[in-house]
Design a protein around this ligand. Sequence first.
Ligand SMILES: Nc1ncnc2c1ncn2[C@@H]1O[C@H](COP(=O)(O)OP(=O)(O)OP(=O)(O)O)[C@@H](O)[C@H]1O
Ligand SMILES: [Mg+2]
Length: 289
Amino acid sequence: MNSGSSSISGVVEQEGSTTPEKNAVEVLDLVKTFDNGRIKALDGVSFEVPKGQLLVIIGLSGSGKSTLLRHLNGLHLPTEGSTSVLGKDVSSLTRKELRSLRRDVGFVFQQFNIVGRLTCIENVLSGALGRIWGPRLSALMYSKNMRSEAIDQLERVGLADKAWQRTDTLSGGEQQRVAIARTLMQKPQIVLADEPVASLDPEISGQVMDLLVQCCIEDDITVLCSLHQVDLALGWANRLIGLRSGKIVLDTPVDESLSQDDVMVVYQQLDPEGDKTGEYLETFEDSPS
Ligand SMILES: Nc1ncnc2c1ncn2[C@@H]1O[C@H](COP(=O)(O)OP(=O)(O)OP(=O)(O)O)[C@@H](O)[C@H]1O
Ligand SMILES: [Mg+2]
């Protein structure tokens, strides 16, 4: 099911790109501590993500996945080390520059972060707010072109017929598809997705992930996504990074030779007996959380 139309290296040629950098993301010796240094969430993390790559980050709960992603749009600042996104050192940006960077970096959350009382089209249109001046209180306050663009994005996620329906009347999978359409409306260069399908059942998870990845490939968007479902990751990722206790313990391209067992090393090493893998898989494959 690997839907990657990108090259073997995972790098997609960016026709007409205005930014000359080869890498979308560069993370160097990143350390993040909380609670006056008592909690070390990230412990010397370094990696680079070429433009167009589809990267999945895996690791047990508490291994640092969300903390890492949050550094890439400036929600966290490094305690030590640096993060560079689209050629910009995130921690040295002014507020204005950070706002501008966030227009290029879309975020998809586990809990969708859409406004339930708004219609689907209003939620999608809100993705364009970074591109226009002034507030918009309803869909009718956006230009006709923008409304038609929003309908196109809803069409891509198969929800054009629900454009004018209140978003909280949709199923969880549909709500996440609205959130994806909103992110695409933003026209980002990078999408950060933090366990985007963790709240959905396994079948819907697969469909929503396929949709997200397919749209990002079509739009030449670099994806960094944390996932608990290793089988999903193996289906479409170009590359897999495994975190354990804030350190990278696996960094591998994904191809036919990579098996689920190879990946389970990220979880096995946690347990001295090396036998927690089955338990872990059951937890995350069987029960939506
Ligand atoms: N704001 C914070 N204050 C204190 N500790 C934090 C904060 N954010 C994260 N941590 C701690 O940092 C570590 C990494 O957390 P993080 O949320 O990045 O893990 P995760 O891999 O995303 O876990 P999960 O799979 O449960 O989402 C954890 O020990 C967590 O408790
Ligand atoms: Mg997390």
